[in-house]
Design a binder for this molecule. Structure first.
Ligand code: SF4
Length: 348
C-alpha cells in the first residue's frame, strides 16, 4: 500500500484555461444549445465531455457552424483566416485565445514584418502551432524540439528569429535555443520566454516531485502538450512517470511495492480528476504538498464576451429583458468564481 502522496503545487488549471472554461460556461448559459466551439476549448477529455453534455458542439471547420449560430474559438489560438471566417459566419463570435498565445502571435507578425526568417519550435499538428504558424506562413518554419533545428536553413542573409509554443518542455526549448544561438549569433528571441509561466512552474514542481517519488502520475489528456511535457520532465529527472486521464487509467502494477507517489496535473486537467486519483491511490499517511510558487495570474473574459455581457446587463436594467438567462458568475467580480465551479454548474 502507498504510504504517501506528494502533491505538486502549482498543478492543473492555469489562468488561460480558467478564462476559457468560464467564458464557454457563460455562452451555454446565455444561448439556447447548441453553442459551437472551434477546436476543443482546452485539451482535456473530461472538460470537453462536460461541455458536450451541456450542449456545446466542437467543430474543426468553421464551415460546420450553421450561419448565425454562436461560436467560441479555443484557448489555443486560431489562424487569422479562421477568426475572419467565424466573424462573418456567426452572429456572436467570442475568441477565447489565451493572452500568452496572443503574445507569440504578435511576435511572429512583428518579426515577419521586419523581414526575419522565423523558426517556430512546436509540435506539428497541435492547435496552438497551427494558429501561430498561420500568422505569417511564408516566413515561419516549424521545427519539432525533439529534432533540434533539423533541416532549417535561413533563406538568405537576413535576420533570424526563434519563437516557441508556450507549452514546450524547458529542456527541449533550451536545447534548440542553444543550437540556434550558436548557428545565428544575431538571433532574435523574446526577452520574456515564450514558454508561459504555467508551463515553467508546473515543470519546476514536477521535477522536485520526481526526485522525491518512486512513481509520478501526471493527470491530463493525451493531446495535451503541457501534460506530455510534464511526463518527459519527470522521466528526465530519473523517475518512472505515467500520464493518466483519471483513476481508471492507473495500472496497479505501477504502484506495487511503491511507498511514495508524486501527483501533478497538466494545465487543462480539472482538480476533480486529481482528487479522484488521490482517492484511488489511497495513501496510508496522507498527502504532502510540494509547493514551488504561488500563482496569482488572472485573465479577464474575452473582449467580445465582455461587450455581450454589457449589452445584456443594459437590457436587464432597461426592462427590455425580464431577467438574466442563468447567470453563472457575478459580472462585476469575475475573480470570485473559478473554472472548477463552472464545471460543477455544468453538471447540475
Ligand atoms: S498553458 Fe500557458 S499559454 Fe496555455 S492557456 Fe495556460 S497560461 Fe495560456
Amino acid at each position: 500500500m502507498v504510504d504517501k502522496v506528494l502533491l505538486a503545487e502549482p498543478r492543473g488549471f492555469c489562468a488561460g484555461v480558467e478564462m476559457a472554461i468560464k467564458a464557454l460556461t457563460w455562452m451555454v448559459r446565455i444561448f439556447e444549445p447548441p453553442v459551437y466551439c472551434y477546436h476543443e476549448i482546452v485539451h482535456n477529455a473530461s472538460v470537453v465531455g462536460a461541455f458536450e453534455r451541456a450542449g456545446v458542439v466542437f467543430v474543426d471547420e468553421i464551415s460546420a457552424v450553421p450561419p448565425g449560430a454562436p461560436v467560441m474559438l479555443s484557448a489555443h489560438g486560431s489562424s487569422p483566416a479562421v477568426v475572419a471566417a467565424a466573424s462573418v459566419r456567426s452572429a456572436v463570435m467570442v475568441d477565447a485565445v489565451c493572452p500568452l498565445v496572443t503574445k507569440v502571435h504578435h511576435e511572429v507578425k512583428r518579426m515577419a514584418a521586419g523581414g526575419f526568417d522565423i523558426i517556430y519550435v512546436g509540435h506539428e499538428g497541435h492547435d496552438e502551432a497551427l494558429g501561430t504558424v498561420a500568422q505569417a506562413p511564408d516566413r515561419v518554419t516549424l521545427v519539432d524540439p525533439s529534432a533540434g533545428l533539423g533541416t532549417f536553413r535561413s533563406g538568405g542573409s537576413g535576420p533570424v528569429a526563434l519563437v516557441a509554443q508556450t507549452t514546450l518542455g524547458l529542456y527541449e526549448w533550451q536545447g534548440v535555443l542553444q543550437e540556434a544561438s550558436d548557428r545565428y549569433p544575431d538571433l532574435w528571441t523574446a526577452r520574456k520566454s515564450d514558454l508561459c509561466y504555467a508551463t515553467t512552474n508546473r515543470q519546476a514542481a514536477v521535477e522536485i516531485l520526481a526526485r522525491r517519488s518512486e512513481v509520478v502520475l501526471v493527470v491530463g489528456s493525451e493531446n495535451s502538450s503541457n501534460t506530455q511535457a510534464l511526463v518527459r520532465v519527470a522521466a528526465a529527472a530519473g523517475c518512472a512517470a505515467h500520464r493518466i486521464d483519471g483513476p481508471g487509467s492507473i495500472d496497479p502494477a505501477w504502484l506495487e511495492g511503491v511507498r511514495t507517489v508524486g501527483i501533478t496535473a497538466g494545465a487543462s486537467a480539472p482538480d476533480q480528476s486529481v482528487r479522484a486519483v488521490i482517492d484511488a491511490v489511497g495513501p496510508r499517511r496522507g498527502v504532502e504538498m510540494v509547493t514551488v510558487t504561488e500563482e496569482g495570474e488572472y485573465f479577464p473574459p474575452p473582449p467580445q464576451l465582455r461587450a455581450l455581457l454589457g449589452v445584456l446587463q443594459s437590457a436587464v436594467e432597461a426592462g427590455v429583458t425580464a431577467r438574466w438567462p442563468g447567470r453563472p458568475g457575478p459580472l462585476d467580480d469575475d475573480r470570485s468564481w473559478d473554472a472548477t465551479r463552472a464545471l460543477d454548474l455544468l453538471a447540475d
